[in-house]
Design a protein around this ligand. Structure first.
Ligand SMILES: [Zn+2]
Length: 98
């Protein structure tokens, strides 16, 4: 009990309710809401599936070369059977918002 209270005291208010996620390319940590989220479902990349694994990408890395994106996404999820390009990621993000 005491131990938990001590631990909680060390967190700043802003961190309490905001989940932190790691960008798949640069491995930096960001608030989840600042990242682009992709889901891997049935070996395909999509945006709004409630199943499957999440992969996060920051603004800056969104502009990475295709081969860097492809390598990072494949490393994050070996099941992925989609060719990853910047164009493809943009299509997914924009389709998901419409
Ligand atoms: Zn990044």
């Amino acid at each position: 009990m005491l131990k938990n209270e001590k631990k909680r005291y060390n967190f700043k208010d802003i961190d309490k309710h905001k989940p932190i996620r790691m960008c798949v390319v640069c491995k930096n940590r960001f608030f989840q809401e600042e990242l682009y989220r992709f889901k891997v479902f049935k070996e395909e990349l999509c945006q709004n599936s409630s199943f499957g694994r999440s992969i996060y990408l920051c603004d800056k890395c969104f502009e990475s070369e295709d081969k860097i994106l492809q390598r990072a996404f494949l490393k994050a999820c070996k099941k992925l059977n989609t060719k990853i390009t910047q164009q493809k990621l943009k299509e997914i993000v924009f389709n998901g918002k419409n």
